[in-house]
Design a protein around this ligand. Sequence first.
Ligand SMILES: Cc1cc2nc3c(=O)[nH]c(=O)nc-3n(C[C@H](O)[C@H](O)[C@H](O)COP(=O)(O)O)c2cc1C
Length: 213
Amino acid sequence: MTTTRLLNNQHIELVLYRKTLLEYRIMKNFKPKAWLLPQPVVIIGTYDADGTPNAMNAAWAGQWDMNEIMISLGSHATTENLNRCPDFTVSFATVETMVSADYVGIVSGKKVKDKIEKAGWKSTKGENVEAPVFSCFPMTMECRIKEKLFESETGFYLIGEIVNIVCDETYLAEDGKPDVEKMNIISFDPIHNGYIALGKRVGNAFHDGTALK
Ligand SMILES: Cc1cc2nc3c(=O)[nH]c(=O)nc-3n(C[C@H](O)[C@H](O)[C@H](O)COP(=O)(O)O)c2cc1C
């Protein structure tokens, strides 16, 4: 009888200990950083003064309003191009274009005139904007600057109107709309300066949460 009670007591103690261990999490603090996740890898296409196509890589970009996007722009050849002409294109870098997408993000058209040739990209002029559409990307937005915010010699935040979207038909879903899963799009990891491939669809937005209603 006594032994049984002792065994029972030991068993109870063990369960409590395990429960405490499972619930214990160590949380580390970090100073504020540009770590909003996930970050896109957008390719901004513009024309130089002589009509040569140029492109740069940008991670600080996002949806601003229904038909508008925002991009935080430093002082680049792209910025000069946009000060001359408000039109630009936005494409989304992929696993297949990762190396060249990084290249256009570390080399400036100010110094390397044949930057796009070196990237190995081909382009045609957008049908709706004075900006290049690069054929290596599944989907491209044709955009026009609507507003520049906090403009200075170090750049500006641009609000761009989405004028049109073109998608290579290879990347369309059965319903005729672009299929993100087919595109092999990459995301920028600002914590370890990496590029991460988007994974598989895991659920249905505005729907799966109803299971908990
Ligand atoms: C991963 C990555 C993200 C970047 N994000 C931005 C950004 O959000 N805004 C920006 O102004 N520059 C950004 N850059 C830097 C520009 O892409 C880079 O300065 C580029 O060479 C400018 O080209 P350009 O002078 O030919 O226009 C990024 C570069 C990389 C590699």
